[in-house]
Design a protein around this ligand. Structure first.
Ligand SMILES: Nc1ncnc2c1ncn2[C@@H]1O[C@H](COP(=O)(O)OP(=O)(O)OP(=O)(O)O)[C@@H](O)[C@H]1O
Ligand SMILES: [Mg+2]
Length: 612
């Protein structure tokens, strides 16, 4: 692997020996030496790297003790959430050194979407789709250039592409390009692009940290002295917190002069600095992941958006709505109020279209695009994060896969993706997790009454759990009511993404799965009583998975009869071949709707049945 390439492993990505290390898109703070150690291990992934080799690579010409390596390893393992006793990433080779044990993928430099330096923005690798959104953002920028300050909230679930969109916009703006790639003027040479990102570790006492970091980066740019001068003039309480842009003497003098700062002073000062900076040259301020921000940032956004004076200011703020709801975050109402007053606009992002996924795959796989594109879209439904993960995974099929291998690849869940969904699941309450696990056994779509059959709680409790998940837009959405012939009425829900169901299904132990399928089968059969033939395919599957082969056979036969009779009524003027094909398809369709997810992997090729 050439040392200049970026590298991806699991949910992590590192841009080079100096980092940054990112989990998904989140930068993880690490000391330079720890990053260098990680890089050295990655360069020799799968091989043992001795302590001597690490000393030579990371501390050349310096004498250090083994404690230095141990400290780096401790930090690295902490950052990666790796347990040295059961390592997923870095294994200790007793008395010798360390070995990086996870799968590592080199990302060609063009695909490395992490900005290489503070001042150079790169569009997201293989960026596709989102043309309407980019047009709107360029429109907002054009208004900002005329002095109409703009605040745009880009919202959507984790991995939907908020950061990707912002990175691509910033790269275009920085190159002075408009949406069509034309170069409309020479604004690039005179534009402030400030970017700050919140993360879950920013506590209340670090309320403004991302804004400070953004300012610090701007100040260190080649034209940063202009901003330092503005900070000196309008915002000394901020400047004193940026020692790296001051000489030691100035920092000490400033600290002596500053009596300490209140929240109000800091707010007033930073707004003044931003406005003064925007008076010199247009300012684009991006604040990412506001679901982890606090009240001070909301005050800042509100003040920036609502002040009346003209300012060449575009503020872009991203957040995940689910996380706001879960945390009962005040940003929800603050955003609503700003939008209602016309001081801000919201841009919710949805999944990518089939064409966009096709374009992505064409860029990545060139000649093999045709067979991969449809598979990736089917598998991911256009969720960008899933798309990237599945494409990474398919990339491991170096030779052109046979159709059987292709379907196995398609059925497998890349480990990074599973970890990602798992991480989202572990943030739910125990009751919610159990309810979803049982729901995954019930089906892609399920009635709460079926789920209750496998839960110790009441139907009301399960219904409340589902309603709450729907309200927070997590994992499932509402699909109306299920009314059974025995008079049972309950909510009907469906998984927002087939992969959620698959991961949940695989969480359930084999023995518990059998029990749950059986309980659900019995409950469904009772609920449909005389009319159980209507859902024969679903019942056949649950009885089969629940171990009752006699009942399974009975309902399989009924399902086949259903398919036949439907065809007899609908297709009398068709040829015999068409009828046979049609019956087979109808039967397959019914089966697919009812079948459980199958275990992944090439060894299961022969038994694989598609969920979709
Ligand atoms: N339009 C796109 N074209 C190609 N790749 C994309 C696109 N949008 C996003 N991606 C890729 O999908 C992955 C997830 O996107 P991104 O990090 O932008 O999501 P996000 O909404 O910012 O998520 P989070 O809430 O976790 O920050 C990234 O690898 C990104 O490069
Ligand atoms: Mg992001």
């Amino acid at each position: 692997m050439p040392a200049t390439e970026a590298v991806r492993f699991g949910r992590y990505r590192i841009a080079g020996p100096h980092g940054p290390l990112r989990r998904n898109t989140q930068a993880i703070p690490l000391q330079p030496k720890a990053l260098a150690v990680l890089w050295e291990l990655l360069l020799h992934a799968g091989e043992v790297v001795s302590k001597e080799e690490l000393f030579a690579a990371v501390w050349p010409k310096t004498v250090v003790t083994e404690g230095a390596i141990t400290a780096c390893l401790r930090d690295l393992r902490h950052a990666l959430g790796d347990d040295p006793k059961v390592p997923h990433y870095i294994a200790t080779v007793h008395r010798i050194g360390y070995r990086f044990i996870a799968e590592v993928t080199a990302i060609p430099s063009v695909a490395n979407s992490v900005p290489q330096s503070d001042s150079a923005w790169q569009a997201t690798a293989f960026f596709v789709g989102r043309q309407a959104e980019l047009e709107r953002l360029h429109g907002a920028f054009a208004k900002a250039l005329c002095g109409q300050r703009q605040l745009v909230f880009i919202t959507g679930e984790a991995g939907i592409g908020k950061t990707g969109l912002v990175e691509t916009l910033l790269a275009q703006l920085q190159q002075g390009r408009d949406i069509a790639g034309r170069n409309p003027g020479s604004i690039a040479a005179s534009l402030w692009l400030a970017h700050g990102q919140y993360n879950e570790h920013h506590g209340p006492h670090e309320a403004y940290m991302p804004v400070l970091e953004a300012l610090g980066r701007l100040c260190r740019q080649s034209d940063g002295e202009k901003l330092v001068a503005l900070l000196r003039r309008y915002a000394p309480t901020w400047l004193v917190q940026l020692p790296s842009v001051l000489s030691d003497a100035e920092h000490i003098a400033l600290r002596r002069k500053m009596p300490g700062s209140t929240r109000e002073t800091m707010l007033r000062e930073i707004v003044e600095v931003f406005e003064a900076a925007a008076a010199e040259q247009p300012l684009v301020l991006v604040l990412e992941d506001l679901h982890w921000s606090g009240i001070p940032t909301l005050d800042l956004l509100t003040m920036l958006a609502r002040r009346r004076q003209a300012a060449r200011l575009l503020v872009i703020a991203t957040f995940r709505p689910v996380d706001l709801i879960v945390a009962n975050h005040p940003l929800k109402s603050a955003k609503q109020e700003l939008v209602a007053r016309g001081a801000a606009s919201e841009m919710p992002l949805g999944y990518l279209t089939a064409q966009a996924v096709q374009a992505y795959i064409e860029q990545r796989f060139a000649g093999r695009a045709r067979e991969f594109a449809a598979a990736v879209y089917r598998r991911t439904e256009g969720n960008p994060l899933f798309m990237v993960q599945v494409a990474d995974y398919l990339e491991t099929a170096h030779a052109l896969p046979t159709p059987l291998e292709m379907s196995a690849l398609e059925a497998a869940i890349p480990s990074g993706l599973r970890d990602l969904i798992e991480a989202q699941l572990t943030r739910l309450g125990k009751e919610e997790q159990t309810c979803l696990e049982v729901a995954s056994i019930a089906g892609v779509e399920f009635a709460v009454a079926s789920v209750t059959a496998g839960l110790p709680t009441s139907a009301d409790a399960a219904e409340t759990v589902c309603e709450e998940l729907v309200r927070r837009e997590q994992f499932i959405d509402a699909r109306g009511l299920a009314e059974w012939p025995d008079g049972t009425v309950s909510g009907r829900y469906g998984f927002r993404h087939a992969l959620y169901r698959e991961v949940l299904y695989k969480r359930v132990s084999a023995a518990r799965r059998v029990r749950l399928h059986s309980q659900i089968a019995e409950r469904l059969a009772a609920g449909y009583a005389q009319r159980s033939g209507e859902i024969a395919a679903e019942l056949a599957m649950h009885f089969e998975q629940g171990g009752d082969l006699k009942q399974a056979m009975r309902y399989r036969k009924q399902a086949a009869r259903n398919a036949l009779s439907r065809n007899a009524h609908g297709g009398s003027n068709r040829s015999p071949e068409q009828r046979v094909r049609s019956i087979t398809n109808a039967h397959r369709h019914e089966q697919r709707a009812a079948e459980p997810p199958q275990p992944a992997g090439l060894s299961h090729v022969s038994t694989r049945k598609s969920l979709r």
